[in-house]
Design a binder for this molecule. Structure first.
Ligand code: MG
Length: 392
């Protein structure tokens, strides 16, 4: 079997644009991957397009050899853009191989450790600005079956937080904890924007709410700062979505900077690379909770990798998304009481509907994480991703 062509598809999803890559073969099997790099859409599309001529003519079964060659021959070997492109291509290769062999992709990653992955909800808070609105949305997410919720209540905090910002954050967390009771896991995402003393102060102030983790309390580049926060924090620390090289994960593990590691399957260079990072974490007795905030193909990539790692912890899901997310793909995901079941279809188990992407053309989007607009981005059209709207 030979690869005959690659095509890249972009579909707007309001908060960002999804980027999908497809590989075609001479015997008719097609593979799909996702290479969404939030707010860098055109850049990652160009990176993918530059790689097509190297892929054409190759045997798609030689997955690791192709990825290693693309890495070596790129000369400028790494970076979020390039490794995200590699992650999309690797997924498409594994999808082809799985379909050709009649097995789900997790079988190509060593087989599954479990039959279901317990999920946590992200994006459940869409539309909430007041503590009581966060509480109401949290109750709805729990009614859908979720036993864990994550969100960013840090408003427009930038390195430091004034007294009003601190009070507002604490009020929102308190309202959500009161709403869901003691048995639901709550995780807070800081998106890397506090300095060390502010991060430590906030972890201490929020500890009474029995948090499962505080995520990226400090900027991702400075692992020493993160280790300092972890050493002083009474709350477990999670990070890793903005590290994309194995060496960076190793540094974080060696410096004891995290309690939970969060590689992003797409940005870290693919399912194989994420699995290798997970094994590295396993030797440090650190669990892995992969970052998974974008589109439906990446959700499948993260699912297969999560099934095949020994130290998997919990699975991130975008519980609310644009309603047309479901129009972009054909998939048979089964959501059961807050968990997703291991798929049985060959390959990734998700098919891209190419014509659907054309209906949701690329739109430039701003990063909504730091200006306080995240909880209102996509509000008008938000729809539940994995469950019927029965709780409405
Ligand atoms: Mg995060």
């Amino acid at each position: 079997m030979k690869i005959t062509a690659q095509k890249v598809f972009v579909a707007n999803a309001q908060r960002t644009n999804f980027v999908f890559v497809k590989l075609y073969t001479d015997d008719g099997i097609e593979g799909v991957g996702e290479a969404t790099l939030e707010w860098k859409t055109k850049t990652v599309v160009a990176a993918l397009e530059e790689l097509e001529r190297v892929l054409v003519g190759r045997d798609p079964f030689a997955v690791d050899a192709i990825i290693e060659q693309l890495h070596r021959d790129s000369y400028w070997r790494t970076g979020a853009v390039f490794r995200t492109a590699l992650g999309g291509i690797e997924a498409a290769l594994l999808d082809i191989k799985g379909k050709a062999l009649g097995v789900p992709v997790f079988e190509l990653l060593g087989g599954k450790f479990r039959d279901r992955v317990e999920c946590y909800a992200n994006h459940w808070f869409f539309g909430a600005t007041k503590p009581e609105e966060y509480a109401a949305n949290a109750r709805k997410a729990v009614a859908m079956g979720y036993r864990a919720l994550k969100w960013d209540p840090f408003d427009t905090a930038d390195l430091e937080m004034d007294r009003r910002q601190r009070r507002r954050t604490i009020e929102i967390v308190e309202a959500v904890r009161d709403a869901v009771g003691p048995d639901v896991n709550l995780m807070l995402d800081v998106h890397g924007r506090l300095n060390v003393p502010t991060a430590i102060a906030m972890c201490r102030a929020l500890a009474p709410f029995d948090l499962t983790w505080v995520e990226e309390p400090t900027p991702p580049e400075n692992i020493d700062a993160l280790a300092e926060v972890r050493a002083a924090s009474p709350v477990p620390i999670a990070a890793g979505e903005r590290w994309y090289e194995p060496g960076k994960f190793l540094e974080a593990l060696s410096k004891k900077a995290v309690d939970i590691l969060q590689p992003d399957v797409s940005h870290a260079g693919g399912m194989g690379e994420t699995k290798r990072v997970a094994h590295l974490a396993h030797t440090h007795l650190i669990p892995v909770a992969p970052h998974n905030p974008v589109g439906p193909v990446m959700n499948a990539m993260t699912l297969h990798a999560s099934l095949a790692m020994p130290n998997f912890s919990v699975f991130e899901t975008v519980s609310m998304d644009v309603p047309w997310r479901k129009e972009l793909v054909r998939e048979t995901l089964e959501f059961d009481k807050g968990a997703i079941l291991a798929p049985t279809a060959p390959g990734l188990g998700v098919e891209l509907i190419e014509e659907a992407c054309e209906r949701f053309a690329y739109q430039p989007t701003n990063v909504p994480l730091f200006d306080g607009s995240m909880n209102t981005t996509g509000v008008a059209t938000g729809a539940h991703t994995f469950a019927a709207d029965e709780s409405e």
